[in-house]
Design a protein around this ligand. Structure first.
Ligand SMILES: [Zn+2]
Length: 215
């Protein structure tokens, strides 16, 4: 599905370059209910707790543990320097897609935990700064710039998802809002724990359209 509501359709060349077949040879799935290290460690001790019930690419019901990649969340005192995750491989030989399962608290692509990002861009009492190593100014600028960029595609995606709550979020911010405004509207409507504004929305966006990023 592409978030095209209210937006011009993608050009034909783009469709050709990003056919679903080539896109869905695997990727990352976010375990949206794994919000802390304790739950992550529990699931790592029992691969079934993380194993997808079917391959998202072909629907095959058997996936084997393929590897245990390491993630290195930087500058987060509440996490160890290395967090191991699981990667599964579809047992269907025609498919062979591999799926990396990421707990919600690790930010895909950012080399940080969401908590670290949020401490910088949305500081709150729930995220004490005193014990956290400072983030380089350039990294902070990059994060702020991303939150300041347009949320148009993301809002269209939420509105197109069909859920009343998500449509409400999209309506509140409108198509001209920034990603930061979308983050705040999402928390206002959906709620959530203090210090966890970014990760639930990031996980949701990834579920609705793999490849799209909040930041
Ligand atoms: Zn498969």
């Amino acid at each position: 599905m592409s978030p095209t509501i209210g937006l011009p359709p993608p050009c034909a060349e783009t469709c050709l370059d990003t056919s679903r077949v080539s896109r869905f040879l695997g990727g990352t799935l976010i375990a949206e209910d794994v919000r802390d290290l304790v739950e992550h460690v529990r699931r790592m001790s029992d691969a079934d707790a993380y194993r997808p019930w079917r391959c998202p690419a072909c629907g095959h019901a058997t996936l084997h543990v393929h590897s245990r990649p390491e993630r290195h969340p930087k500058r987060e005192p509440s996490l160890p320097p290395v967090v191991t995750v699981l990667q599964f491989r579809c047992a269907d030989t025609e498919c062979g897609a591999t799926w990396r399962i990421l707990p919600l608290f690790l930010a895909r692509h950012l080399w940080h935990a969401w908590k670290t990002v949020e401490r910088v861009v949305r500081p709150s009492a729930a995220l004490p700064k005193a014990t956290a190593p400072p983030v380089p100014a350039q990294t902070e600028r990059r994060w702020r710039a991303r939150l300041g960029s347009t949320a148009r595609v993301l809002c269209a995606l939420l509105a197109a998802s069909g859920g009343a709550v998500l449509t409400e979020v999209a309506m509140i911010v409108g198509l001209d809002a920034t990603r930061g405004a979308l983050v705040d509207a999402f928390q206002q409507v959906v709620g959530g724990a203090a210090g966890e504004r970014l990760s639930p929305l990031a996980g949701l966006i990834h579920r609705l359209e793999r490849g799209l990023r909040l930041m």
